[in-house]
Design a binder for this molecule. Structure first.
Ligand code: AKG
Length: 270
């Protein structure tokens, strides 16, 4: 159901921005193709993260961060098939370096991670700018200085997990997520806000999934949909995904004045 938007389609910026806005308001998610994250980089990144998950437990737990819940997490009660690493402030090469030091990553793996983080962070900001342009806002680089987070996920789908949840239903807390879902193994499902029904976001080669989060809803004074989504285990196999989150301001979020008027009263208090 959700649209696939070709970011290199030969149409005006205005038309392209409009498509992005419509999908973000209606669904809160869409796919992008010709998105500028090179396909070789996507596959190198996948190989890199698969390798990182092979590290011994005592190495994995070195991935901690000052912010609670940002680092490594082994499978736990709510999500017993889910394992994850986190890298806060992924656009900072130093932060990537620290992450790579913690996990004994090779020089090649470091280079791939730095390139990938830069590329997805750039795409997220480009989409955010296009959203601002679609609304005719005066300030289109409102996300300047916002940190990003990288989260890399492995799902250990055993036979007993089939039919169960791999990751619980949630919205993303940041502004916008670029998701490189597993290119072979499905399971990601999003909720249609209009009907409450779930629909699959199935693997589609060479595309990335875009997911709007809570910050986007607050920023737009309720116009953009922070889509609810979850991961379902459909088959007993391993599944990997890479999520790049453009988070939000480090201070309070305030919608731009263009979003607030008599017809659209302020919905959220900072
Ligand atoms: C998240 O990281 O917020 C997810 O929902 C992961 C989705 C996926 O693994 O495909």
């Amino acid at each position: 159901v959700i649209p696939t938007i070709d970011l290199e389609e030969v149409i005006s910026d205005k038309t392209l921005n409009q498509k992005i806005r419509e999908a973000s308001e209606r669904w809160g998610c869409f796919r992008v193709m010709n998105h500028g994250v090179s396909l070789s980089l996507m596959s190198e990144m996948k190989k890199t993260i698969m390798d990182l998950f092979e590290r011994p437990h005592e190495v994995k737990v070195r991935n901690t961060d000052v912010l609670l819940g940002i680092g490594y997490r082994a499978p736990y009660d709510i999500n017993p098939y889910y394992e994850t690493f986190g890298l806060y402030d992924m656009a900072s090469p130093q932060a990537v370096d620290t992450f790579c030091d913690q996990l004994d990553a090779s020089a090649d793996q470091r280079e791939i991670m730095v390139k990938y983080a830069k590329s997805t962070d750039g795409l997220a900001k480009d989409l955010a700018r296009r959203l601002a342009e679609s609304y005719g806002l005066a300030e289109t680089d409102f996300f300047k200085g916002w940190p990003s987070q990288l989260r890399i996920n492995k799902y250990h789908f055993k036979p007993e997990a089939v039919g169960k949840l791999g990751f619980h239903l949630h919205t993303d807390s940041g502004f916008l997520t670029i998701l490189q879902a597993d290119e072979n193994v499905g399971g990601l499902e999003a909720m249609d806000n209009a009907s409450g029904k779930f629909f699959p976001i199935s693997p589609m080669p060479n595309t990335l999934a875009i997911i709007l989060g809570d910050m986007a809803t607050i920023w737009s004074n309720g116009r953009l949909c922070n889509v609810k989504h979850r991961v379902q285990c459909n088959e007993a196999t391993e599944r990997f995904s890479i999520a790049s989150f453009l988070l939000g301001p480090t201070t309070d979020m305030e919608p731009p004045s263009e979003f607030v008027d008599a017809e659209h009263p302020r919905l959220y208090k900072p």
